[in-house]
Write a protein that binds this ligand. Structure first.
Ligand code: ARG
Length: 476
């Protein structure tokens, strides 16, 4: 049989076709520019595979040792930068196998026994994610902790809470930040959950139908740190649920960041002025000399478009794909890598931007007066005195209307007589209840904005982060 003399650039399937595709066509179907990222995982997988081949007597033990040793060298050389990935290779699997064969000759040609690039790429992708997703989890955890530390400093910094972007009821900055962290804690849990289902080893599934060679799938699975081998060989090469799940976790995370950043963009405006972004985390305008723009927050918001897009890419890619492997699947990595990279840098930038910002707490407190944010509390006062809530709502609505007609800014500016005209249930103690701080203090239910309630939330969120991270240490 003829073999390509230049082992390094030979395609792995050269024996089947008499003509190599034209250069541009070859480049079109190649994936090295994306999957070169999987180089170390590819080598790790191959090392486990050759050891197993040796142990099972499929290749001579000394060949297994030689392959394993050479793979280790290639890994080190790549790491040190003394070996460069050849971008003319078809994909990372071809490059590594080509390199082995160029160095070891016939022995190199034994590495692929009982294996296909279909199970190989499924393995490499999973191994890569097992290594890289915990880094995103660390970013999420660090971000949550920065926010919780900030919350701890602002337990008494009152600010308006909004619905419909209209001032609704007073809350605190700490309460608002804990709302954000609640979302991040769920994100963290979603990533860990996806890792749990990803933790099965596809090696030994071959192209789709396994292998007639006496492979030991349990051995490679354990050696590579998986909980178990995948159940079905066709599923193992066709399945990309793990990519969908992680792309979804990434899209939800980025959507959270986008919403947080929308808050920040609003708060940084002259109209709100709740936050002063550090100059190092803002940009100017090329024409308007006075501008200090919240570009970082805007861009984090903007990048949610591509992360959501990547999720849709993956769904569209998988929809209608016949079992088992199809080359379409090669498109999976670019989308997921981009999502994970984007989320990871967005988290770093979000954290840096927030940690260097100054909060304008006087301005936030001032914004709590003047918008009748105490109205619900006035109604609840009447409910406390036995009035049905609907009546109380109506009475307070009338008081608010009257205040607006008379140019008053708050219910507290009414006299007790005026209030009593609306309801005899009002007593002098109503005025203590109308101050924004009193409104916050009254909302002391679990989950509410009162100081003690938020202290509990911070503790609960920290405990949740700890237990999620504990779980990561246990499982990885
Ligand atoms: N580059 C391919 C991918 O990323 C590897 C598997 C190729 N398999 C094949 N039969 N062409 O999916």
């Amino acid at each position: 049989m003829e073999t390509d003399n230049n082992q390094k650039t030979a395609v792995l399937w050269g024996g089947r076709t008499s003509n190599k595709p034209e250069e541009a066509a070859f480049a079109f179907q190649a994936s090295i520019h994306i999957d070169k990222r999987l180089a170390q995982e590819d080598i790790t997988g191959s090392r486990a595979h050759v050891k197993m081949l040796g142990k099972q007597g499929i290749i001579p033990p000394q060949t297994a040792a030689a392959l394993d040793g050479e793979l280790e060298c290639i890994a080190l050389e790549l790491e040190r930068g003394t070996l460069h990935i050849d971008e003319n290779a078809e994909d990372i699997h071809s490059f590594i196998e080509g390199e082995l064969t160029a160095r070891l000759g016939t022995e190199g040609r034994m590495v692929h026994a009982g294996r296909s690039r279909n199970d190989q790429v499924a393995l490499d992708f999973r191994l890569y994610l097992k290594n890289s997703v915990p880094c995103i989890c660390k970013e999420l955890d660090a971000t949550a902790r920065v926010l919780l530390n900030c919350a701890e400093e602002h337990l008494d910094s009152i600010m308006p809470g909004y619905t419909h972007l209209q001032r609704a009821q007073p809350v605190t900055l700490a309460h608002h930040l804990c709302a954000w962290v609640s979302g991040i804690a769920r994100d963290l849990e979603r990533f860990y959950d996806a890792l749990k289902r990803l933790d099965e080893c596809p090696l030994g599934s071959g192209a789709l139908a396994g292998s007639g060679l006496p492979l030991d799938r349990a051995m490679t699975s354990a050696a590579l740190g998986f909980t178990r081998p995948t159940i079905n060989s066709m599923d193992a090469v066709a399945d990309r649920d793990f990519a969908l799940e992680l792309a979804s976790a990434a899209a939800i995370t980025q959507t959270h960041l986008s919403r947080f950043c929308e808050d920040i963009v609003l708060w940084a405006s002259e109209e709100f002025k709740f936050i002063d972004l550090d100059e190092a985390w803002s940009t100017g305008s090329s024409i308007m000399p006075q501008k200090k723009n919240p570009d970082f927050a805007e861009l984090i918001r903007g990048k949610s478009a591509r992360v959501t897009g990547n999720l849709i890419t993956l769904f569209t890619l998988l929809k209608g794909l016949p079992y088992a492997y199809d080359k379409d699947l090669q498109e999976d990595k670019e989308a997921l890598f981009d999502s994970l990279d984007t989320v990871s840098t967005a988290l770093k930038n979000f954290r840096g931007m927030l940690a260097s910002s100054r909060w304008n707490i006087e301005r936030m407190e001032t914004a709590c007066s003047g918008g009748f944010l105490e109205a619900t509390d006035a109604a609840e006062y009447l409910v406390g005195r036995g009035l049905p809530f609907r009546n109380a709502h109506e009475i307070v609505a009338h008081i608010v209307r009257e205040c607006i007609e008379n140019g008053l800014q708050s219910i507290a500016e009414c006299s007790l007589d005026t209030l009593r005209r609306h309801s005899p249930l009002f007593n002098a103690d109503i005025f203590e209840r109308l101050h924004p701080r009193a409104c916050v203090a009254a909302r002391s239910l679990p989950g509410g904005p009162a100081r003690a309630a938020v202290i509990c939330q911070i503790a609960e969120l920290r405990a949740r982060l700890d237990s999620l991270n504990g779980r990561a240490v246990q499982e990885n």
